[in-house]
Ligand binder design. Structure first.
Ligand code: HEM
Length: 436
């Protein structure tokens, strides 16, 4: 690792300041200056950046057994507990197998009426010409979709509380990750620790309310929560704590990411009126009820291109649990790796006009199947690939189609990126909706 190039750093803090101030810009500059594999440090902890798609494939797929999730991801267990996102080894394999049925195609398609209903509820509140925050709207919409479809529960009233708790936890999370003593910072009665625990209590209250309501009225509703309650294998059924952790993981992972992808999609289409005209042509004449089976290539291309330019999960971390060779380099057990869909998705060796919004690239099958496969990985890859990917695609395309057939938006303030746990617009997305 010592032979890898890296940008100049300060003693003790390393690149923590750059990572806190402008993480995506810093990573892009590091690739430009140092190449596809570079070395940085978070405090005194060295981190290897791997930007080449082949390195991504080696880490996520071919050598996945040599890795666990990195310290940054492990820290999310302060809120999520030991759910699917953070669990490792046998526990992860067991829970993934138990939960997978909730994300089968047949189950997912049954969530379509909830998606339609939640989208109508959202747009029915909009007034022609009256400014709103599209990011806030998409967060509430995606939260309602996730809780209605996966938990058969209503959190409409608690949505602002969830949003606030998440905003707090995420703003502090960057401080926790970029500090090698971060876990201690949260455990002690520091301001960060107190805020973090308050956010966790708030989210716990909501998730436990949903779980307890279901306990009072058990039975198979065909949703994710039914599967959690009924799932059992030779090792028995899930404990109360395991159900809480899995429910919290899906509750948060299932809406925040999709909301960001939807927000960036609405921003991009509003800034590209020529493409918007073409897309509206695709939506013209569709029946009132848009079924998930309807092919909408342009709407899908918009969602895909939005996740290329603004991947909601902009960084993926891993730690080697044994010595491992990636590319031409050997690394010792304990080495931390950071992959970045944000950087790889804009890599000029693998994309034509990487910085430009060109959704048409997704209509050309040669381009779609173009290699290497891991030049595009908004949902990760290998055994830890996002379990909700098919759900996210269905929700993304259905929501965009339903909104864009009736509305266009004037963006009132250029958004800047805030790369926290996910990639969000820094101050929301202020826009004026115009009814078509
Ligand atoms: C556009 C939307 C979404 C994006 C971009 C996204 C992205 C990702 C990525 C990159 C990972 C892998 C992280 C890693 O390897 O360390 C992941 C994992 C995960 N995602 Fe998503 N996700 C999205 C939507 C969803 C939805 C809708 C759900 C659930 C309803 C969900 C649940 C999960 C879970 C449980 C994991 C952990 C899987 C495992 O480790 O076995 N995600 N997601």
């Amino acid at each position: 690792m010592a032979t890898l190039p890296g940008p100049r750093s300060l003693p003790l803090v390393g690149h923590s300041l750059e990572l806190r101030k402008d993480p995506t810009g810093f990573l892009v500059r590091t690739r430009q200056e140092c190449g596809d594999m570079a070395r940085i440090s978070v405090g005194w902890i060295p981190v290897v950046l791997a930007f080449h798609p082949d390195q991504v494939r080696q880490i996520l797929v071919e050598n996945h057994k040599s890795f666990i999730k990195s310290r940054g991801v492990r820290l999310t267990n302060l809120i999520l507990g030991n759910g699917l996102l953070t669990a490792e080894g046998a526990t992860h394999r067991r829970h993934r197998k138990l939960i997978q049925p909730a994300f089968q195609k047949r189950r997912i398609e049954a969530y379509a009426p909830d998606i339609r209903q939640c989208t109508s509820n959202t747009t029915s509140r909009w007034k022609d010409g009256q400014p709103l925050d599209l990011h806030l709207e998409m967060m509430r919409l995606a939260l309602n979709v996730a809780t209605r479809s996966l938990f058969n529960a209503d959190v409409e009233k608690e949505a602002p509380e969830v949003g606030q708790a998440l905003d707090r936890a995420m703003a502090d999370f960057n401080k926790v990750v970029s500090n090698p003593l971060g876990r201690l910072l949260v455990k002690l009665p520091t301001p960060v620790g107190l805020r973090f625990r308050a956010a966790r209590r708030k989210l716990d209250r909501i998730v436990y309310r949903i779980i307890n309501e279901r306990k009072k009225n058990p039975g198979d509703r065909g949703d994710f929560l039914s599967i959690l309650f009924s799932s059992s294998d030779e090792m028995g059924s899930m404990s109360e704590k395991q159900i809480r952790d899995e429910a919290m993981t899906i509750f948060l992972a299932g809406h925040e990411t999709t909301a960001n992808a939807l927000t960036w999609s609405l921003y991009l289409i509003s800034e590209h009126p020529d493409f918007a005209l073409k897309l509206r042509e695709e939506l013209r004449g569709l029946p009132e009820i848009i079924e998930p089976s309807v092919e909408l290539p342009l709407t899908r291309a918009l969602f895909a291109e939005s996740m290329r330019l603004y991947p909601p999960v902009w960084a993926i971390g891993r730690e080697a649990i044994e010595d491992v060779t990636i590319g031409a380099h050997k690394f010792e057990k304990g080495t931390t790796f950071l992959l970045s869909p944000y950087v790889t998705h804009r890599h000029p060796d693998f994309w034509e006009h990487p910085e430009e919004f060109r959704p048409e690239r997704w209509l050309d099958s040669r381009e779609v199947n173009s290699q290497p496969r891991f030049r595009y990985f908004p949902f990760g890859g290998g055994p830890r690939i996002c379990i909700g990917e098919p759900f996210a695609w269905m929700e993304g395309v259905m929501v965009l189609a339903q909104i864009l057939r009736r509305w266009r938006f004037e963006i009132l303030e250029e958004p800047s990126i805030n790369a926290l746990v996910t990639l969000r617009p820094a101050n929301g997305l202020k826009a004026r909706p115009v009814r078509l």
